[in-house]
Ligand binder design. Structure first.
Ligand code: SF4
Ligand code: SF4
Length: 121
C-alpha cells in the first residue's frame, strides 16, 4: 500500500450500509491479512454487522479469480467472530489505534478505501 492517506471510498456500495452505532469506537478492530485470504467467505457469514466485503482478485483482467475479503474498519464492532471463524487464521484483532497501521501493512489492494486524490471533486 502506498503512503498516501486513504479515505473511505464514497462510491463503494458498503457506504450505503448502516453506520456503526455508539459514540465510542470499539477497543478491537479486525484486519485481514489479505495475502493469506482464500476468499472462502466463511467470515462474511458470521459478521453481525455485515462489514466484510468480497473484493476482486489482483488480476484486473480476471477479477473473479483469487478473490479475497476486506473489512470496513469504520463499521467493524470488534466482536471477534471473524478472527475465530477464519479457517486460515488470517484475520487478526488489533487495538483500535493500531488497526489502521496494520491495515496498511496487510492490505494488498483496497476497494473500500482510496487515495483522496482519486476522488473526483
Ligand atoms: S470483528 Fe465482528 S464486526 Fe468486526 S469484521 Fe469481524 S465479525 Fe465483523
Ligand atoms: S474466512 Fe478467512 S480465508 Fe475465508 S474469506 Fe474470510 S478472511 Fe478470507
Amino acid at each position: 500500500m502506498s503512503d498516501q492517506i486513504k479515505v473511505e471510498n464514497p462510491f463503494h456500495t458498503a457506504r450505503f450500509k448502516p453506520q456503526r452505532k455508539g459514540k465510542k469506537p470499539p477497543k478491537l478492530i479486525a484486519v485481514v491479512h489479505q495475502s493469506g485470504c482464500t476468499g472462502c467467505e466463511v467470515c462474511i457469514a458470521g459478521c453481525p454487522v455485515d462489514c466484510i466485503e468480497l473484493v476482486p482478485g489482483p488480476d484486473v483482467n480476471n477479477p473473479g479469480y483469487q478473490q479475497m475479503v476486506e473489512i470496513d474498519l469504520q463499521r467493524c464492532i470488534g466482536c471477534q467472530n471473524c478472527s475465530q471463524d477464519c479457517p486460515w487464521e488470517t484475520i487478526t484483532m488489533y487495538q483500535h489505534d493500531d488497526a489502521f497501521t496494520a491495515w496498511g501493512n496487510e492490505t494488498l489492494v483496497s476497494e473500500l478505501y482510496v487515495e483522496e486524490s482519486k476522488i473526483a471533486k
